[in-house]
Design a protein around this ligand. Structure first.
Ligand code: MG
Length: 381
């Protein structure tokens, strides 16, 4: 669903200690404000108004360099004035969904956004909220009261509203006091706010120690990607074949530009697939004489290097060889050991399987053999 967004990055965030305001500090090499804006754009925001202090107008251009779909807006003296400035910069029908987000919550995702937009249906606002797990005390040095936490929630951002309703609520808000969030403004105007599932990952970077934790979370955000590869080579005259990185005596050879090791070729394509980096033919064109007769070890090693350059780490490989002959069983563990060595894996993460097609098709007629492979790679999210 299409939506608009206001990202508030105008505060100075003095509680985060000396140095740059928190929205402008680097988190895993990217300014915090960029994390938030990038996430909302990739979640489908049609336009993001990024509200910054007047003297940050050029800094925001640098921080968001290369992104499109956002506009810089000068903020006001308070958060509420900044939100109003952001809302004024957006355009759309009154019923357009608008998400108001604090830049200092960098780990917002498309999943959070989808849950909020779904919760907004039939309400005037939707707020991600978490129950309060700790016992609450009221006091000043000494406890004066233990406060029941029944029915209490911690409200996070982004908070979702309808553009017209939120603008009207802000217009009606009494100027003397400062709301603590946007939902409060809509509540005061008689609106019904629904609670959406909150997430500890929507943490707000407030204190210096929050940055240390966020840095760890940012570095630790990795996903597993899976790639699939297929290859086939034709049998021809010869006395040996290379398969799975292992030389096997046979009464035929395999025809190919390189050593025709269909097993390593399928693994290479699977690995390239997992990192979405083309295919083996693009990286090693058969038209290039440089690759004539070379050992296919080179292809797989090169693909491992490409994955590493993207911060990736191969975590497992599963190869299936499809042929009537040669028999794979006697060579299976040698292949596993060689593939494990090429991929930098313990042998327990490498599988080699074999099957026939029961005499059917080109492998059944022993015109050639086929290989299929799946490789999993852990990469930055
Ligand atoms: Mg091949």
């Amino acid at each position: 669903m299409s939506f608009l967004s206001v990202v508030v990055a105008a505060g100075e965030g003095l509680r985060a200690g000396p140095g740059e305001p928190k929205a402008w500090r680097l988190l895993a090499g990217r300014p915090v404000v960029r994390w938030s804006v990038e996430a909302l754009l990739s979640a489908g925001a049609r336009e993001v108004a990024v509200v910054v202090a007047q003297d940050r107008r050029s800094a925001v251009e640098d921080a968001l360099y290369g992104l499109s779909g956002w506009t810089a807006v000068s903020g006001g003296a308070t958060r509420a004035l900044s939100v109003r400035a952001g809302l004024a910069a957006l355009s759309g029908p009154d019923d357009t969904a608008v998400l108001i987000h604090d830049a200092a919550r960098p780990f917002v995702t498309g999943t959070h956004v989808a849950a909020l937009l779904a919760t907004l249906e039939g309400c005037d606002g939707a707020v991600p909220a978490l129950p309060v797990p700790d016992t609450l005390k009221r006091g000043d040095g000494a406890v004066s009261e233990t406060v029941s936490r029944d029915g209490l929630w911690r409200a996070q951002t982004p908070q979702a509203f309808r553009l017209g309703r939120l603008r009207a609520a802000y217009a009606a808000w009494p100027g003397a006091s400062e709301p603590t969030d946007d939902a409060q403004v809509v509540e005061a105007a008689g609106g019904r706010i629904a609670l959406a599932p909150g997430d500890p990952m929507l943490m707000k970077l407030t204190y210096p120690e929050d940055f240390a934790m966020a840095e760890q979370l940012a570095g630790g955000r990795r996903i597993v990607r899976t790639g699939f590869g297929v290859d086939a080579h034709r049998f021809g005259p010869g006395s040996e074949v290379w398969l799975g990185g292992v030389r096997i005596s046979h009464d035929q050879g395999l025809i190919g530009h390189s050593d025709a090791d269909a097993g390593l070729h399928a693994l290479t394509d699977a690995l390239l697939g997992a990192i979405a980096d083309g295919d083996i033919g693009q990286h090693f064109p058969p038209s290039d004489p440089k690759w004539k007769g070379v050992s296919s070890d080179r292809f797989l090693t090169h693909a491992v290097g490409l994955a590493q350059a993207k911060g990736g780490q191969v975590i497992s490989a599963d190869l299936t060889l499809i042929c009537e002959r040669p028999k794979i069983g006697p060579h299976r563990d040698d292949m596993r050991a060689r593939i494990a060595e090429l991929l930098g894996l313990p042998i327990g993460r490498v599988s080699v399987k074999a099957t026939t097609t029961e005499g059917m098709g080109f492998t059944g007629r022993e015109e050639g053999l086929m290989a299929q492979a799946v490789v999993c790679v852990e990469t930055p999210a």
